[in-house]
Design a protein around this ligand. Structure first.
Ligand SMILES: [Zn+2]
Length: 300
């Protein structure tokens, strides 16, 4: 603003926040009393920043190029804090100039902390997704669906002695990104095939509740897949109800189908199925997958 005044005399060069000093970039971001109050509330020492950089511009450049930083996590956290705080100070200045709204330090600090939290959540989510993708994409013979399609792998872990079973479901897109994982423990399985059909039915109900479309389901139980593709109901009587209900639900999807895959291509659903049965647990996760589930899926 001070520079602009050389060319346009009707522009005031004074800082709009304190109305005392000329409005240079260094003053606005670091020197102004209003800005300093925000840095102080954020527990950031402005004197240290000023002693390490000649000007605000060189300080900002150092955010992207400081070679002395060895602790990347610490550096990322620091950068997020100073970037968001600087942005908030600039917004305060614009609100004063264009809307004649004086800054409120408490509100500013609240807004900064909210934005920092939001950034961290996104970073954690991206880290988990990238870990999950790396582990899922290269260690199984699973084939991705077509672009725009979602694939749901279904598997069941059945215990013939106590008749307990767990089923595992995992939704992935064409990039191999996990869009959801579910496990559920159940009692009273009649036999392995009965449990497999139960798993398929649960998978279809699950994605229907989630309002997903353009889907393909995969199961490694050939009897289940054949019975769904066949025109007749040539299955054990206790499973006929399942088949009718699954076919009915599948018809409600425009192009949903259940395909057979080899066991090795379906390992990724076997893992949560085992976990659900052995730990008698029910779980489902979408955007943020917990570390133990990521570990579980890593070698699938
Ligand atoms: Zn000022």
């Amino acid at each position: 603003m001070v520079k602009l005044c050389f060319y346009k005399s009707d522009i005031t060069p004074t800082c709009p926040l304190c109305d005392q000093e000329p409005e240079t970039l260094d003053h606005l971001i670091l020197d102004c009393a209003s800005s300093r109050a925000i840095w102080f509330a954020m527990n950031i020492n402005v004197a240290n920043i000023q002693s390490s950089s000649n000007a605000v511009t060189s300080w900002i450049i150092s955010w992207f190029s400081d070679p002395s930083i060895t602790n990347q996590d610490y550096w990322n956290t620091w950068i997020i804090m100073v970037m968001i705080t600087t942005w908030e100070i600039w917004k305060n200045r614009c609100n004063k100039v264009f809307r004649n709204k004086s800054p409120n330090i408490t509100k500013s600090v609240k807004s900064i902390n909210y934005q920092i939290q939001h950034c961290f959540q996104i970073m954690i989510h991206r880290q988990q997704q990238s870990t999950l993708n790396k582990s899922l994409q290269f260690t199984s013979t699973w084939e991705p669906p077509f672009i725009g399609q979602l694939k749901i792998n279904i598997d069941v872990s059945y215990d013939d002695v106590d008749k307990e079973f767990g089923f595992g479901l995992i939704i992935r897109d064409y990039t191999g990104t996990c869009r959801g994982v579910r496990g559920r423990h159940c009692n009273g399985g009649l036999n392995a095939e009965h449990s497999e059909r139960f798993g398929v039915l649960e998978a279809i109900k699950w994605v229907k509740d989630l309002n997903l479309s353009n889907l393909v389901f995969e199961s490694d139980c050939i009897n289940v897949v054949n019975s769904l593709k066949g025109a007749t109901l040539d299955v054990q009587w206790e499973n006929q109800g399942f088949v009718i209900e699954i076919r009915h639900l599948l018809n409600s999807f425009s192009n949903g189908s259940v395909n057979y895959v080899k066991r090795t291509a379906n390992n990724v659903a076997q893992k949560p199925a085992n976990k659900a049965r052995t730990s008698r647990a029910t779980f489902q996760h979408f955007e943020i997958i917990p570390a133990d589930i990521v570990d579980l899926l890593r070698d699938a």
